[in-house]
Write a protein that binds this ligand. Structure first.
Ligand code: GUN
Length: 292
């Protein structure tokens, strides 16, 4: 029997917890509501969908959000200017620059220009480095969402072999570091596979936990996993079928369902957890901000 890891349901629980904390530590103390800034460049349809759902999540929970939407052909300089405005605005507690960025923009330079204290994505090297060294830091929302799913479903990670597919800074790299940390919700033996790994199924067949984040619909099939494996599907691709379009994960759900012990569905698995973890990071930034 395969059990679904229901990210929608967990996100509802966590939304309630965050709302309570906002009530207790912010509203009751008559403090300003947390405020998330979002900078989006261009009109990439996936990015627009992600950004809209992040804004909606802020509304659901009752925190402030501001979107700066720049045209596709904006220069790196213009983007850096908007980042400086967010860095210097005391009313913005944390902000993100939606990725991926256009080819004419140097993403590293952009991420490095974000004030680490407002970097609620946890992508700045200061946060990423601290996270890698088990120090307190903003942790990238998707990776935090995956750890929270495993934690809330009481899935043991310690001593397990985790195979991560994909080494992006958004998911693959941070989750591979977090799963291997000497920490509660860590102590896993991690294999990080990627586009240059020959015979990926050699590794996935040995995995107790598989986390796939490559954005390749149906990539992981039932034949590539061992019976009872825990499968976390991070890939979300918009697939068109005639006039209809729908979301498809990296996992070939039909062949994996029945063989895995647990699986995250797409949609309704990791996605809602990513959004709520971004809010959690924003609340953390707001509380840190007010402690100053
Ligand atoms: N693009 C896809 N996921 C993310 C994310 O978590 N943060 C940002 N900034 N861009 C993304």
């Amino acid at each position: 029997m395969t059990q679904l890891l229901n990210g929608n349901k967990l996100a509802i629980d966590i939304r309630k917890e965050i709302s309570k904390e906002i009530e207790k530590n912010i509203r009751n103390k008559k403090k300003r509501l947390p405020h998330l800034g979002i900078i989006l460049l261009g009109t990439n349809s996936s990015s627009l969908t992600y950004v809209n759902s992040k804004i909606q999540e802020c509304k659901n929970i009752g925190i402030e959000s501001s979107l700066i939407h720049l045209p596709n052909d904006s220069s790196e300089r213009e983007l850096l200017k908007e980042i400086q405005k967010m860095n210097n605005n005391p009313l913005i507690d944390g902000f993100i620059v939606q990725l991926p960025l256009q080819k004419h923009i140097n993403s590293d330079k952009i991420i490095m220009s974000i004030n680490p204290k407002k970097d609620v994505d946890g992508f700045h090297p200061e946060n990423f480095g601290k996270m890698s060294l088990d120090m307190k830091a903003f942790v990238p929302a998707t990776a935090l969402g995956i750890l929270t799913i495993l934690d809330r479903y009481k899935i043991e990670i310690s001593g397990k072999h985790t195979v991560v597919i994909g080494r992006s800074r958004i998911v693959g790299r941070p989750i591979s570091i977090l799963m291997s940390r000497k920490n509660y919700l860590g102590n896993s033996t991690v294999t990080l596979t990627h586009s240059h790994t020959p015979n990926i199924d050699y590794y996935t067949k040995q995995a107790d936990i598989i986390i796939t984040a490559v954005g390749c619909p149906g990539f992981l099939t039932g034949k590539m996993i061992k019976k009872g494996a825990i499968v976390i599907d991070v890939g979300i691709t918009i697939v068109k079928d005639g006039k209809k379009s729908f979301l498809k994960g990296d996992v070939d759900f039909n062949s994996v369902y029945g063989k895995a012990s647990y699986i995250t569905p797409v949609p309704g698995g990791v996605g809602p957890m990513t959004r709520i973890m971004l809010i959690k990071n924003t609340l953390m930034a707001a509380l840190n901000n007010e402690n100053k």
